[in-house]
Design a protein. Structure first.
Lengths: 207, 641
């Protein structure tokens, strides 16, 4: 009988010795210990113009090693592609980026933002609950990236959502700014003004 | 509940990385990455591009987060958050399983004079990487370099990690000492309490360890994850008691386990064996019959299908035992055929394709919970395989590769568009700029001509000013007056003095008018000089602007072709890299799919072997029962399978 019982226990892998193992599922899910060295050909986090030969030499090693090295190569390639895209489409001397941030934001439940640059609508963005959460937590959304020639310009932003007491709320804010040959970053800030129990919409020009 | 993070190491690790980062920046971070902090956070973002990375990160969009982060690092747009960005990058790389790259990030942070808080976190994450790679002494050394308490969410994790490393190194007493402060009785950190109990038992203090696990095993739990841990503690205690021969205690522990949890089957099996150990086969039948009717993909269920007839035989109910054994044999054979069908379907690729189709995911790097099994024969057999860590890791890699394959294909299209755009821009530039410059020169509006005119004007102005020549500033009306005066003067001069009695008066009037004009010109002279100088200055300033534009055009004409060439070269280089990586990703995907299928097949083959062993046991028991029936002997006992 005892033999039978023990056999059952062993079959299930639940005998006392193995049962008393630390509970930290993260460890169990850790990358296989069969990865002593990632491939040496994995591209280092170098400058964007880093050599294309990082991808040219196929990594060696276990399948997991090769997959991880390839992931690293693709991430590195994505960085270089995005750098190229930005330099080609939005060069620094004409670049303008518009950001949306939310400081607290309890008095305003954001639905959408519309942005007009020099009286031309350049962006209309509808927010998902997850995106609003991300803004609440301190994320700053780049809602528009474009080009402007040097000189004076005007930006108008319209915010719609629910204001205090769950009422529909629509506000606009505007600012005139000078575009030089440096990139221009403009942050549209949604703030709570506790004294007034009202949201406030502000514009900050970074450069 | 912080425990949740430990079941999803990828995201939770990154969340923990960032929780620490944000804490250092002065904001209050939530432990759960999906939870908005209850308290108003400070606004710590000093570089909007860093905030943009966080915006992606907080939505669990790790791939855009890491690529945006690296792009902004390239353009040096996150200088206020340089170290925090690096910590975040290391965590993101780690979540993708890029241990080497993540390790390099943290080591680089340590090599430069980073702030002590950053160094401490870097050492902690290096320790975590080493622990995950099984490098326990190295992990221990890294933990020893953490000099200060980490930010709140990380500090408890550091203790847990340190305890696990110590247990792995055999220092159970040391692990228990580390865990004791956070594993308070009825405290929130259930994993710390569980691990403390395990460390104490392993270290030889069974009584104390058992008390802690027993306390955990009795506690009311608020959620499924906590209840699963409570079940795990009770099953561990139950089987330990069973092994020690304390069957009654084992039943008490195992009785607390829920009937529908992950540990339920093991508990039912053990509960029956405990009853059997107490010579109560009738009691053992209750859990075993329940268990034998459950999904046969679990080894415990197969065991129960043998245990039930064994108990009947113990009770001398040989007919029922025989019937149950035969039913079990039929079930095992049926299950064996099912496994064969499943293996065939797996080898046709239906497992991986089915999982991808029924569990779509947009991001890479997540340990996704499978909601639905693939549509294939006897998919339930795959439940334990799919739940296994090895399969999950391999499937994560496969899904990541699929994601990267789509990503590269999109870039391949975009890069073609970039090439076309560059060609159009280059052609327009080559055609339009020279034409514009030629037109300017043809109209006499070239820089040299304009400059000459400006210089002439300046010289004339200076001469007029030096000569106090008010006439030089006369307007059109005054010039006309001057001309009329000159004509009148000439006419009067041609007349004899006595030609007309009013001639003297005409001379006098002419003198007065000429004097008035001269006075007017002299009076207006200062103001007109000032206006002329102002105009000249504006002209010269405008000329400076024109010259700057002209030089910019000339420079563009000179240099832009080189820029275009540079862009073209970069596009070609990137295209070459894309063309290397796309087939590599496709080949790896295929290889990874094969590996996934092999994991499943190996597991199913072991199930087949187990079934064969159980079938043999059942047949042997049946033979023994037939022997006993044909040659009955007084005092015989049931055949033991």
């Amino acid at each position: 009988m005892l033999n039978r019982t023990r056999a059952a226990l062993i079959a299930l892998g639940l005998c006392a010795v193995s049962a008393f193992s630390p509970a930290m599922a993260a460890d169990a899910a850790a990358v296989a210990a069969s990865a002593p060295e990632a491939s040496a050909s994995a591209a280092p986090p170098a400058a964007a113009a880093s050599a294309p030969d990082a991808a040219a030499s196929a990594p060696t090693g276990s399948l997991d090693d090769r997959v991880q090295a390839t992931k690293a190569d693709v991430i590195s390639l994505n960085r270089d592609l995005l750098v190229l895209e930005e330099e080609l489409l939005f060069p620094a001397n004409t670049q303008v980026a518009v950001f949306v941030s939310m400081d607290v934001g309890l008095l305003f439940d954001l639905d959408s933002v519309q942005i007009k640059l020099d009286d031309k609508a350049v962006s209309t963005y509808l927010y998902t609950p997850l995106e609003v959460q991300a803004l609440h937590r301190g994320g700053v959304q780049r809602v528009y990236l474009g080009d402007l020639r040097a000189g004076s310009h005007e930006i108008v932003a319209f915010f719609t959502g629910k204001g205090p007491h769950d009422r529909d709320y629509k506000r606009a804010t505007t600012i005139k700014f000078d575009k030089t040959t440096e990139p221009k970053y403009i942050e549209l800030q949604i703030k709570d003004v506790q004294q007034k129990l009202q949201p406030e919409f502000d514009v900050k020009v970074w450069q | 509940m912080r425990q949740r993070s430990r079941f999803f190491p990828g995201p939770s690790l990154v969340a923990a990385v960032f929780a620490g980062a944000l804490a250092m920046a002065g904001a209050r971070a939530a432990d759960d990455p999906n939870k908005v902090p209850a308290d108003p956070p400070l606004h710590p973002v000093l570089d909007p591009h860093y905030g943009d990375v966080l915006f992606e990160f907080y939505q669990g969009r790790y791939f855009p987060a890491i690529t945006k982060l690296e792009v902004s690092q390239h353009f040096e747009r996150m200088q206020h958050h340089a170290d925090e960005a690096e910590i975040l990058r290391g965590g993101l790389l780690l979540s993708y399983g890029l241990h080497q790259q993540a390790g390099e990030v943290f080591e680089a942070l340590l090599a430069r004079a980073a702030a002590p808080s950053v160094r401490d976190r870097a050492w902690y994450f290096l320790a975590k990487i080493r622990y995950q790679r099984g490098l326990m002494p190295e992990a221990s050394q890294a933990l020893a370099r953490v000099e200060h308490a980490l930010p709140a969410p990380l500090e408890d994790d550091r203790r847990l990690l340190q305890a696990n490393v110590m247990m792995a190194l055999g220092d159970n007493a040391g692990a228990a000492k580390i865990l004791s402060p956070i594993a308070t009785p009825r405290g929130d950190d259930l994993y710390a309490r569980y691990n403390l109990g395990v460390a104490l038992i392993r270290g030889g203090d069974s009584a104390h360890g058992t008390t802690i696990l027993d306390d955990l095993g009795r506690q009311q739990m608020p959620d499924e994850e906590s209840r699963a841990l409570r079940d795990k503690a009770n099953v561990a205690l139950g089987f330990a008691a069973l092994k020690a021969g304390h069957a009654q205690e084992a039943r008490a522990y195992l009785q607390r386990v829920r009937l529908q949890g992950v540990q339920a089957n093991a508990a039912l099996l053990g509960f029956g064996w405990a009853a059997d150990a107490l010579k109560e086969p009738k009691l053992a039948l209750v859990p075993w019959i329940e268990l034998a009717g459950r999904d046969a993909s679990d080894a415990a269920v197969l065991e129960a299908q043998l245990a039930v007839p064994y108990a009947y035989a113990e009770l001398h109910a040989d007919a029922q035992a025989l019937q149950r054994y035969e039913t079990a044999i039929a079930n095992f054979e049926n299950e064996d055929a099912n496994i064969d069908a499943t293996i065939a379907a797996i080898r046709q690729g239906k497992l991986v394709e089915g999982l991808m189709a029924r569990n779509p995911g947009e991001e890479m790097g997540w340990f996704q919970t499978f909601r639905d099994l693939p549509l294939m024969p006897h998919a339930r057999l795959l439940t334990p395989v799919i739940a296994g860590n090895e399969f999950q890791e391999a499937f994560k890699n496969y899904r990541d590769l699929q994601f990267l394959g789509h990503n590269l294909a999109e870039w391949h299209d975009n890069l073609g568009v970039f090439g076309d755009m560059l060609a159009t821009r280059r052609q327009a530039f080559a055609e339009r700029l020279p034409r514009i410059r030629e037109q300017g020169q043809a109209s006499g509006l070239d820089m040299a001509h304009l400059q000459q005119r400006s210089d002439d004007n300046a010289a004339a102005l200076k001469k007029a000013e030096d000569d106090a020549d008010g006439v030089a500033f006369a307007d059109d009306r005054e010039r006309e007056l001057q001309q009329r005066l000159a004509r009148v003067t000439g006419t009067l001069a041609g007349l004899p003095p006595d030609a007309d009695p009013e001639l003297a008066e005409a001379h006098d009037r002419l003198r007065r008018v000429a004097g008035a004009l001269a006075w007017q010109l002299a009076h207006e002279f200062p103001a007109r000089v000032w206006d002329a100088k102002k105009g000249q200055k504006q002209t010269e300033e405008a000329l400076v602007d024109v010259r700057a534009h002209d030089e910019a055009l000339a420079k563009a004409q000179r240099e832009e072709p080189a820029h275009f060439e540079e862009f073209a070269r970069r596009i070609a280089d990137l295209d070459a890299r894309l063309n290397v990586l796309m087939p590599r990703v496709a080949a790896l995907s295929k290889e990874q799919q094969g590996a996934l299928q092999e994991i499943a097949v190996v597991e199913l083959m072991s199930q087949k072997e187990r079934l064969a062993a159980y079938t043999a046991q059942a047949r042997y028991a049946v033979a023994q029962l037939y022997d006993r029936a044909t040659e009955p002997k007084e005092g015989d006992h049931a055949a033991r399978p």
